[in-house]
Design a binder for this molecule. Structure first.
Ligand SMILES: [Zn+2]
Length: 552
């Protein structure tokens, strides 16, 4: 009861009949002695002569205006041959949540697989109770994704599965009787104290069906093994590259805004005339600089072989530092739309080349062939990767067209999914460009390039993308202004050379139309497998918020 948590006002329940109709029900306090011991969750009963009242509560856990009252006249006895649905789920589609056509304050059920968990928060409630909250990104069969906000014991249950996801494989969840809240652009389905039910990889028919469809979809949409697609690793890559990142064709990469974007491209070239390693501070990983010693006369003195380096960052300034050599491989990467210059850093480079920077550098320096890169780098040539690249404030300020790679993957399934997006954007862009070219022939290409592309991309990554994602993804290693500052001058030529390559690509698209028709056919083939909405672009200019609320 309100003033006394030990005392209950009523026993609340949700009942489902054989046809799947659900209704909220309760036993008022005065009838507790008779019914308290009668009901067990998930058991089936005949309820004879209940009373039916109006359900006037603000939160309706089920979509039913009536309420079942169990009172003095009611009889309850067990039923052994119930043939209806056991749980009475009524799933809300993610698309409706994303489009905000589902009203708030209504209880909903959702089913999906866990793509990522994030933002674990622990805090105390006003009453001093320890509580915790976790956001879970779940995706449905159409690869739409939404947030679940889970609390307390639900958090532990999800984390236990998530941490062992490599064993469990895909984690399918159902949240029943969740409540929907919109924050900004996104809908969050919250677990609700004492009412919601969380099912994780349970032996529930609805889950089995979901899982089977998921496997069928992934098998159909990808030629490589479905098991890899359904592993936790795939899901987290998928989430990172496909769901939460903005995808750009290479010609669309621009300096309008600092952010990270994903591109897919093939390594065409490694610049021979650019340095491919640098000296980095062991403490903070930033580039270190040869120390200028003002006391020593600079004329007529041999420079010592062992140069002294200093780190200029706040933490290391004025202290003696240790430094190490790290890779920064200058790559030229190309897709069908254009070319871009990228810097591949130590960690990823070593992972792909399966060696260490020290090895490469020692061997190379011993060989004495300065100015050229080690042979090992050639393993990168002709390889296709999905690159997550950072367009930094530094790039924007200095009109510097060399981007740091914060992450890359050669996972075929990820590249496949991303290339579907690329085809879609190309088709859209080509169509809209063709219109424009007939309308206004003298239009500046730069403007054309700016127009709409971003909107199209935003439409592709509906659901869970937030600006926070981009801001918080600071690369953990070495990509910073200090590292690339000294390059800026040397690279002016390269930058100038690579930029024009990107822009005329717009024209190439127009002339390459037959190729896109082929792409179109290919992507429709894929779409027949139910993948259509993954890549469905939002038509530029279509208002996305003018969606009427459903009134009942
Ligand atoms: Zn340092």
């Amino acid at each position: 009861m309100y003033n006394n948590p030990e005392q209950f006002y009523s026993i609340e329940m949700i009942v489902v009949d054989e046809e799947g109709t659900t209704m909220q029900g309760n036993v008022l306090r005065r009838y507790f002695p008779r019914f308290e011991q009668v009901f067990n969750e998930s058991d089936c009963y005949f309820i004879v002569k209940p009373t039916i009242g109006l359900n006037e509560s603000k939160y309706k856990y089920v979509d039913n205006k009536n309420k079942l009252g169990i009172y003095c006249d009611t009889d309850v006895y067990p039923c052994k041959d119930f043939n209806g649905p056991i749980y009475g789920f009524s799933f809300t589609s993610f698309k409706d949540i994303i489009d905000k056509t589902v009203p708030e304050n209504k209880s909903i059920d959702v089913i999906g697989f866990v793509a990522d968990v994030k933002d674990l928060k622990k805090f105390k409630t006003a009453r001093g109770k320890d509580t915790k909250k976790l956001n879970v990104i779940i995706q449905d069969l159409e690869m739409e994704s939404i947030y679940l906000s889970l609390w307390d014991s639900y958090v532990d249950r999800i984390l236990e599965h998530w941490e062992n996801r490599e064993q469990h494989g895909v984690i399918v969840v159902i949240l029943q009787f969740g409540t929907l809240k919109y924050f900004g652009r996104f809908g969050y389905v919250n677990s609700c104290f004492n009412v919601s039910k969380l099912f994780i990889n349970s032996d529930v028919d609805e889950m089995t069906t979901f899982r089977n469809s998921l496997i069928a979809n992934s098998a159909a949409s990808s030629c490589s093994s479905q098991s890899s697609r359904l592993s936790g690793i795939f899901l987290s890559l998928y989430d990172e590259y496909v769901v939460r990142s903005e995808f750009n064709n290479i010609a669309e990469v621009n300096l309008n805004q600092a952010k990270s974007v994903v591109v897919v491209g093939t390594v065409q070239m490694i610049s021979e005339d650019l340095p491919w390693y640098y000296f980095a501070c062991k403490t903070c990983n930033k580039k270190v600089f040869p120390k200028v010693n003002n006391d020593t006369p600079t004329v007529g003195v041999l420079v010592d072989e062992e140069e002294v380096y200093e780190c200029k960052t706040k933490t290391c300034k004025d202290i003696v530092i240790e430094y190490t050599k790290r890779l920064k491989i200058p790559l030229t990467v190309q897709d069908s739309s254009g070319t871009v210059s990228l810097t591949l850093f130590d960690r990823d480079a070593c992972r792909i080349l399966k060696t260490t920077a020290a090895n490469l550098i020692e061997k190379h320096v011993a060989g004495g062939d300065k100015g050229l890169y080690p042979d090992e780098f050639e393993a990168l040539l002709g390889k296709k990767f999905a690159f997550k690249i950072d367009i930094s404030e530094f790039n924007i300020e200095h009109n510097f067209w060399f981007f740091g790679v914060s992450k890359l993957t050669d996972d075929e399934d990820i590249i496949f999914e991303l290339e579907k997006k690329a085809n879609n954007i190309e088709v859209e862009t080509t169509a809209s460009l063709n219109n424009r070219f007939t309308d206004m022939e003298s239009e500046d290409t730069v403007n054309l390039n700016d127009d709409n592309c971003t909107d199209v991309i935003m439409g592709v990554t509906v659901g869970t993308k937030s600006n926070e994602d981009f801001k918080s993804k600071v690369p953990s290693e070495s990509m910073d202004d200090n590292v690339i500052t000294p390059l800026a001058k040397n690279l002016e030529d390269t930058a100038m050379a690579s930029k024009p390559l990107g822009e005329p690509a717009i024209f190439k698209r127009k002339t390459k139309k037959p190729a896109f028709k082929k792409n179109l056919v290919e992507s429709y083939d894929v779409d027949e497998n139910g993948e259509m909405s993954t890549t469905k672009p939002v038509k530029p200019g279509k208002p996305t918020l003018l969606i009427p609320k459903i009134e009942k």
